[in-house]
Design a protein around this ligand. Structure first.
Ligand code: AMP
Ligand code: ZN
Length: 477
């Protein structure tokens, strides 16, 4: 990591773009609110997981060691209801969705976290019980009707993250649900009295089960300690989940909980909120089964700034397929160098391009500018290949190495599940465009250009055939 070129990132707590400085110089401790495992995650969830993965990869690219913890919420109102309806134990029911999460996240190239605590693992239940005891001792929690509630009047900073208004509500209005609106900010449940048949754990303050908010505080404090660097989630988690995490953690420890809060905006589908009733609710698996490549899906999810809503459209997916295909076509022609160690370009143009790439991402993760550098490098490499003289050989290799380096952050090129070069309507259009361009080149007697076009297409599995009636194309087997 370079002190001279620090990352500047918006901190939801201050509402400002700030210099990101981890507490320890070379290490970033990062907590990601993971999936509530009552259903298979949808592509909206994965917009947030890919956004967080991009941030983690960029920190690693800059040289930080990142320690990432991502939980699974395997006990809350929704998981209990789901398991009950399915007639399964909570453990069996939630384990299925955890496995599906890993399958989808792996398909999308999301780097694995270092720890995946499950809220119901005995060590974390024990940590939650300790946290509640501490809050009771400090007068920041109280018991009522067999449950334990957090007293928001005991935490004057309540509302700092989300702007939740608490005036007039400090006199013990209570809420038992895991999810509720800002308008109903109230004392929230830490430990719930359970009903018959619900999973229950013993505790000195009465048998029951944890509330959702308590779980993340306990797991994060247990694995990362107070004052860790980065806490991430989708914007919907700011209130009440993250607001409550801060309140109960800080009230219990007396120390700042998190240095930097990172929130990803939502994904919409064709401009509308994703919902089962609108029929626009997709999982990663469903899209892959339809023939969408996971690389194109990842590209689409990663290519929109994390603070902008991402409008997921079929058209966007097609453009993503084309973009990934173009870069893969080049990389297929330029084998990876076998040199080990970090890539240090000799060419000043390549160095400048990588510098601009880093600057773009240092600027609150400006992915559009960063991707523009990938495509700049692509053009340089393709031009070098088309010139085909020996002098350009080294240049092409360096531009390709630069693309591979930038791809450490984006993780979309040369991945398994790359677009099939022989599918897609836009590909037909694109090939026809190349055929026209090649015909024009031949008319100009620019045979080098014409040959380069033929070769580029061949590298993508497309063969051109010249016939007396013009040029046709076919897929190579
Ligand atoms: P959940 O399983 O509901 O706790 O959500 C897991 C993660 O996905 C959280 O960080 C949510 O904020 C995030 N998330 C949920 N819906 C969307 C969406 N439509 N777009 C982006 N992120 C979402
Ligand atoms: Zn959480």
């Amino acid at each position: 990591m370079s002190d001279l070129r620090p990352l500047r990132l918006r901190n939801s707590l201050s509402g400002r773009v700030e210099r990101f400085d981890p507490a320890r110089p070379d290490e970033v401790r990062m907590y990601t609110c993971g999936l509530t495992v009552y259903a298979r995650g949808h592509i909206g969830n994965f917009r947030t997981f890919v956004g967080q993965d991009l941030l983690r990869r960029f920190l690693e690219w800059k040289g930080y060691r990142v320690l990432q913890v991502q939980n699974f919420t395997d006990v809350d109102d929704k998981t209990i209801r789901g398991a009950g309806e399915a007639g399964e134990t909570l453990r069996d029911y939630t384990t299925r969705f955890i496995e599906l999460y890993h399958a989808d996240a792996d398909a999308l190239g999301v780097r694995r976290a270092h720890h995946y605590p499950r809220a119901t693992d005995p060590e974390y239940i024990a940590a939650m019980v300790r946290l509640v005891e501490r809050l009771l001792e400090r007068g920041a929690a109280y018991r009522s009707g067999g449950s334990v509630y957090f007293r928001i009047a005991a935490y004057p900073d309540y509302g700092r993250l989300s702007g939740a208004a608490v005036e007039g509500r400090l006199a013990g209005a209570r809420v038992d649900a895991d999810e509720y609106d800002k308008e109903s900010a109230a004392d929230f449940v830490l430990w719930k009295a359970t009903e018959d048949g619900e999973p229950t754990w013993d505790a000195p303050f009465g048998a029951g089960r944890p509330g959702w908010h308590l779980e993340c505080s306990a797991m994060a404090l247990e694995l990362l300690g107070s004052g860790f660097d980065l806490h991430c989630g989708g914007v919907d988690l700011k209130f009440p989940h993250h607001e409550n995490e801060i309140a109960q953690s800080e009230a219990a420890t007396g120390e700042p909980f998190v240095r930097h809060w990172f929130h990803c905006e939502h994904l919409l589908v064709e401009g509308r909120k994703m919902s089962k009733s609108l029929g626009n609710h997709f999982t990663v698996r469903e899209l892959i089964e339809e023939g969408v490549s996971s690389a194109a899906l990842r590209y689409l999810l990663a290519s929109v700034h994390y603070r902008k809503q991402l409008n997921f459209t079929r058209d966007g997916l097609r453009q993503a397929e084309t973009a990934v295909g173009r870069v893969n076509a080049l990389l297929a022609r330029v084998p990876e160098s076998s040199a080990s160690g970090p890539f240090v370009p000799a060419d000043p143009g390549v160095r400048a391009c990588l510098d601009r790439f880093e600057e773009a991402l240092n600027d609150d993760l400006n992915v559009s500018r960063a991707l523009a550098e990938v495509f700049f490098a692509l053009r340089q490499a393709n031009q070098g290949l088309n010139r085909k003289d020996a002098e350009d050989g080294a240049g092409v290799a360096e531009w390709a190495a630069a693309i591979r380096s930038m791809n450490e952050v984006f993780g979309v090129f040369e991945m398994e599940g790359a677009p099939d070069p022989s599918s897609g309507e836009d590909l037909v259009e694109e090939i026809e465009g190349w055929i026209r361009e090649r015909r024009d080149a031949r008319r100009r007697r620019d045979y080098a250009r014409a040959d380069a076009i033929r070769e580029q297409l061949r590298a993508r599995g497309i063969a051109l055939e010249d016939t007396p009636d013009g040029t046709t194309w076919r897929r190579l087997d």
